[in-house]
Design a protein around this ligand. Structure first.
Ligand code: AMP
Length: 186
């Protein structure tokens, strides 16, 4: 099963992603995690990406596309994957489509985790990551609305989009996810 997971910062993607990869034995590909690892290891990509991340901006498309295409070409994804935090822009989505077409591995479903803005602010303020300061949070939500939200339409047109209510208990949300994903097994 090949899945894209889309949702604004604070929607609970990370928590649900962990449950999905455990439950369905998928490989978890998170560009945010990859970038944080690169920052920690002080690689060239990490040093370059850090300034964007700290201000809530997106890292440039070409950097992200290179990171993901390296992974998609080097790893065995027979069991499938969950893409988390990628694609986040239309050029990234188009680049991904090309990669998947070349490998003859089309997507099964795009999951959108939906949470109202006031709830997102509350959750992000509690999380306390270095990019979770109030003005950075505002910036990240604006960037999401401007650059990532258009992807929902892009995938809707391909009949791949499924929207899940991201409010409520973690396990109740996972049940909603399962109802959708179970249809793609077998
Ligand atoms: P995340 O953990 O997915 O919220 O990502 C944290 C930060 O990493 C984002 O605020 C961006 O600065 C950067 N980032 C992660 N994935 C991407 C992506 N696909 N495109 C651009 N920037 C990204």
């Amino acid at each position: 099963m090949r899945i894209i997971f889309i949702g604004p910062p604070g929607a609970g993607k990370g928590t649900q992603a962990t449950k999905i990869i455990d439950g369905y034995k998928l490989v978890h590909l998170s560009t945010g995690d990859m970038l944080r690892a690169a920052v920690k290891a002080k690689t060239e990509i990490g040093l370059n990406a850090e300034k964007y991340m700290l201000s809530g901006q997106f890292v440039p498309d070409n950097v992200i596309i290179d990171i993901i295409s390296d992974r998609l070409n080097s790893q065995d994804f027979k069991a499938g994957f969950l893409l988390d935090g990628f694609p986040r822009t239309l050029p990234q989505a188009q680049a991904l489509d090309e990669m998947l077409q070349k490998n003859k591995t089309p997507l099964d479903v795009v999951l959108e985790l939906k949470v109202p803005d006031d709830e997102l602010y509350r959750r992000l303020a509690e999380r306390g990551r270095t990019d979770d300061k109030p003005d950075v949070i505002r910036n990240r939500l604006t960037v999401y609305a401007e650059q990532t939200a258009p992807l929902l339409q892009y995938y809707e047109k391909q009949s791949l989009l499924k929207t899940i209510d991201g409010q409520g208990d973690v396990n109740a949300i996972f049940e909603r996810v399962r109802k959708i994903l179970d249809k793609f097994i077998g």
